[in-house]
Design a protein around this ligand. Structure first.
Ligand code: SF4
Length: 346
């Protein structure tokens, strides 16, 4: 398996470029063309000598993944299924989703949703990604490649790390990838959101470093027992501990946490849930994202009706909380996270 360009350090790339007959500064040109200009083909790097382009194309692959599917929904949302080679075991399939702005007149670019792991060890019963368990972590270059392939579809002005996997279980790779793409993609800390189930120890350790992203914690329910069922990896961690770690995050970073609640009909969308959640959050600096469930085949969970979603939102708003409903995008393109990958595995 030849090392691809994005997996090489600056020094290693320079060595490879010189070995291929180039000058050391050509390595910087190649990186700049790929990361800043989005050129994904050596042949198009016309400022490099032709011989060098040919040799690099033969010896240092620019990208690692095979794009196995590209599913386009009516609203323009595009899901890419990427398959990365693995040193051991089967290739690693992940999804990257390109979500254009709702209005064609918007000046903003798209939001890109990237994955950090192949499969997920958290195993939430309502999520397609967790069904097959964890295969492996993604390497930094595999996360960077998702950014590059996403931008090849159009301009990107926001990134959400909400694809397959639990980012806090692969944080060094995610931070390395963000370090690489933040500048060329012009993604400030407020343009990147990382979603986690909220491991209190990991949150408290990272907060003092003020990592360059906004934090979203997938809480789903205000009740301890139910959370242990819906987010199995958090069994034994009380909801209050997660919220206290969220408070600590805000104090250390100055950025408010968003709590995400997946609304499952008759399971997490009741009046009792909304009231208990409001009581837990009302004294905190935070906001809430309500996510009506996207039906996953054979999951046993159902999508809530719009009236119960609105009643939940109003209950939080009446308590003084900022609560928004996140309407799913990409209906018709395997809209629930992980579904495209799951279909190809089954
Ligand atoms: S919802 Fe998120 S944390 Fe839970 S299994 Fe799916 S990807 Fe993992």
């Amino acid at each position: 398996m030849a090392a691809n360009l994005l997996s090489l350090s600056k020094e290693d790339l320079e060595r490879r470029v010189v070995a291929a007959g180039g000058r050391p500064f050509h390595a910087r040109v190649v990186r700049e063309r790929v990361l800043a200009a989005g050129v994904l083909d050596y042949a198009a790097m016309t400022s490099l000598p032709e011989d060098l382009r040919r040799r690099l194309a033969a010896e240092v692959p620019l990208l690692a993944a095979e794009q196995r599917e590209q599913a386009l929904a009516a609203d323009g949302t595009t899901r890419l299924l990427l398959s990365f080679p693995s040193a051991e075991g089967p290739p690693a399939s992940v999804e990257t989703v390109y979500i254009p702005p709702r209005s064609a007149r918007s000046r903003r670019g798209a939001t890109l949703c990237v994955s950090t792991q192949v499969g997920c060890p958290v195993a939430c019963p309502f999520c397609a990604s967790g069904r097959a368990g964890l295969q492996r972590n993604l390497a930094p270059h595999e996360i960077i490649e998702q950014f590059l392939r996403g931008r090849a579809l159009g301009p990107v002005s926001r990134a959400v790390v909400m694809g397959i996997g639990e980012p806090f279980l692969n944080m060094p790779a995610l931070l390395a990838a963000l370090e690489c793409v933040r500048e060329p993609f012009e993604l400030g800390a407020r343009s990147v959101t990382v979603s986690t189930v909220g491991f209190p120890g990991r949150l408290r350790r990272l907060a003092p470093e003020r990592p360059p992203f906004q934090l979203a914690i997938s809480l789903h329910t205000p009740f301890d027992e139910q959370r242990a069922q819906l987010v199995p990896a958090m069994r034994g961690t009380p909801v209050e501990d997660v919220l206290a770690a969220g408070d600590d995050w805000f104090e250390r970073t100055g950025r408010e946490v968003t709590y995400e609640i997946v609304l499952l009909a008759g399971v997490t969308d009741t009046r009792e849930h909304a009231t208990a959640l409001a009581a837990r959050l009302v004294s905190r600096r935070c906001s809430v994202n309500l996510i009506p469930f996207n039906a996953v085949e054979a999951s046993g969970f159902r999508r809530p009706d719009p009236a119960s979603v609105e009643a939940y939102r109003v209950r939080l708003a009446d308590a003084g909380l900022v609560a928004t409903v996140r309407h799913s995008r990409g209906a018709g393109s395997d809209a629930a996270c992980g579904q495209l990958r799951l279909r190809t595995l089954s």
